[in-house]
Design a protein around this ligand. Structure first.
Ligand code: C2E
Ligand code: CA
Ligand code: CA
Ligand code: CA
Length: 276
């Protein structure tokens, strides 16, 4: 155990061996996960904070390993990024999410997570454009979610790619805002449609943490003045919904409004209700 060495980690520590071995196994399996049809997407509702109306879904990647079962994206996405596998996997995600959204019965948006490395692929913009063309999904119904990490390394490349994405009429949102190493400069250079307030702030604020409440207020004021919406993530209770709405968040997402759903269940939510 970790305590055996007086709190010090050793290279030969059994747990670390297991972690390294698990990493290796997962990385090898990840190479063929798309080809072996082991990946699928779920869709989590995003809702207007005031009206409660559905505005769209965030596509979330799921991987079921044939022996290990479901592996969390919090575990395999960083691994795929390190192993330079996020490019092809992310391309599959984009095509699948865009094709699915084109089949929805009301024109709600689909949000797709994009890793920083994907923006360094010179084909990225044309892959997105082609997927939109093939599916017939209007560009304004696609939203790409990027994190502050995009601006950290080779920031100018990212800004140029995002500029081309915006030129296509696609929307951008800034994910996990405030959790990374941020300089606010890029906010004035890139036209984001919305800023997503990370669940950690929502949770802390609902526990009454004054700092978290102040941060959400400040993010809302900043977004407002830049003409951007704010989406509160990880809203799990009615109380949290009322709180983030009072703080001015315009959209909400979280288990209170719906868990990530299989494609057919998300589709069913887009069917217009007939009068009873
Ligand atoms: P994220 O983009 O911040 O996505 C939101 C995460 O919060 C999702 O976890 C979602 O299931 C979870 N969540 C939503 N509402 C609640 C709530 O009320 N309570 C709690 N406790 N959790 C909630 P998930 O699906 O496990 O994804 C984790 C992360 O993996 C995502 O965080 C995103 O960074 C990454 N990811 C997922 N799919 C993709 C993808 O297709 N491409 C890339 N590059 N990354 C992805
Ligand atoms: Ca996201
Ligand atoms: Ca997020
Ligand atoms: Ca997150």
């Amino acid at each position: 155990s970790k305590d055996a060495g007086g709190g010090v980690f050793h290279a030969y520590e059994p747990q670390l061996h297991l972690a390294a071995e698990e990493r290796r196994v997962l990385e090898i399996a990840l190479r063929n996960a798309v080809g072996n049809d082991e990946m699928h997407l779920q869709y989590q509702p995003v809702v207007d904070a005031d009206s409660g109306k559905l505005t769209g879904f965030e596509a979330l990647l799921r991987w079921t390993h044939p022996e290990l079962g479901p592996v969390s994206p919090a575990k395999f996405v960083p691994l795929a990024e390190d192993a330079r596998l996020i490019g092809p996997i992310g391309e599959w995600v984009l095509r699948a999410a865009i094709a699915e959204a084109a089949r929805w019965e009301t024109p709600v948006r689909v949000a797709v997570n994009v890793s920083p490395e994907q923006l360094h692929n010179p084909n990225f913009v044309s892959v997105v454009a082609q997927a939109l063309n093939q599916s017939g999904l209007p560009p304004e119904r696609l939203e790409l979610e990027v994190t502050e990490g995009v601006f950290m390394r080779q920031g100018t490349v990212a800004v140029q790619v995002l500029e081309k994405i915006l030129d296509l009429g696609i929307r951008l949102s800034l994910d996990d805002f405030g959790t990374g190493y941020s300089s606010l400069g890029y906010l004035s250079r890139t036209r984001f449609s919305s800023i997503k307030v990370d669940r950690s702030f929502v949770q802390a604020a609902s526990r009454g943490a004054k700092e978290a409440i102040a941060i959400i207020r400040a993010v809302v004021a900043l977004a407002d003045s830049l003409g951007m919406a704010t989406t509160a993530e990880g809203v799990e209770t009615e109380e949290e919904h009322l709180m983030v709405r009072r703080l001015g968040c315009t959209k909400v997402q979280g288990y209170y409004f719906g868990r990530p759903l299989p494609a057919h269940e998300a589709h069913a939510l887009t069917v217009p209700k007939t009068s009873a």
